[in-house]
Design a protein around this ligand. Structure first.
Ligand code: 5GP
Ligand code: MG
Ligand code: MG
Length: 183
């Protein structure tokens, strides 16, 4: 998919591939230092976090196990309700693990706060969150996110793992979807 093919479907590029790369490298260095000597497990939330996980994990200097969770959040239309259902659970026992949840974006924060509560009951040694993107203006609940890539405006974005109706995940940048596409 060439950028020119979808130009008319985007209004603005918010974060470029290059900015993402630099940020992932920077956060990976912090994580490597913070978790030195600890039993770290990366947990990616499907499907949006696939790109972040793939690139971020490869900037870490040593071998780190990763696992995946798929959840769906039910609510009116495109808004998250906080009622979360597990579609695919972890394969890993979290007991005594230092868990770092890897997320694409924090919008209302409802999904993540549910996930944090769920993980806390599984006996992890620690649980922290890395979200590539965060929309501060959209927050309905405060989520303690230790590592944040970029704070962005309260607009619907796509690319770098983020979809609209399963499209645009393979875009290299993060962009604002033009309203005419979904209206
Ligand atoms: P939250 O529970 O924080 O409202 O968001 C849950 C999920 O909704 C996110 O992990 C993400 O998959 C999806 N989401 C939230 N905002 C956006 C957005 O702007 N674009 C896309 N494509 N997905 C979003
Ligand atoms: Mg997500
Ligand atoms: Mg989606």
């Amino acid at each position: 998919m060439r950028a020119a093919d979808i130009q008319s479907e985007l209004t603005e590029i918010l974060v470029t591939e290059e900015q993402i790369r630099e940020k992932l490298e920077e956060i990976a260095a912090r994580v490597a230092e913070d978790y030195a000597g600890k039993d770290l497990l990366l947990v990616g939330v499907l499907k949006g976090a696939v790109m972040v996980m793939a690139d971020f994990s490869r900037y870490l200097p040593s071998s780190v196990p990763m696992d995946w969770m798929a959840v769906s959040s039910y609510g009116a239309g495109t808004k998250s309700s906080g009622v979360v259902q597990i579609r695919k659970d972890l394969d890993t026992d979290l007991h005594d693990k230092h868990v770092l949840i890897v997320e694409d974006i924090i919008d209302s924060g409802l999904t993540l706060s549910w996930l944090l509560e769920n993980f806390e009951s599984r006996g992890a040694a620690s649980i922290e969150v890395f979200a590539l993107l965060r929309k501060p203006e959209a927050a309905k609940v405060q989520v303690d996110c230790k590592y944040v890539g970029f704070d962005i405006p309260n607009e619907f974005v796509i690319g770098y793992g983020l979809d609209y109706a399963e499209k645009y995940r393979n875009l290299r940048d993060v962009a604002v979807l033009a309203p005419h596409v979904y209206s």
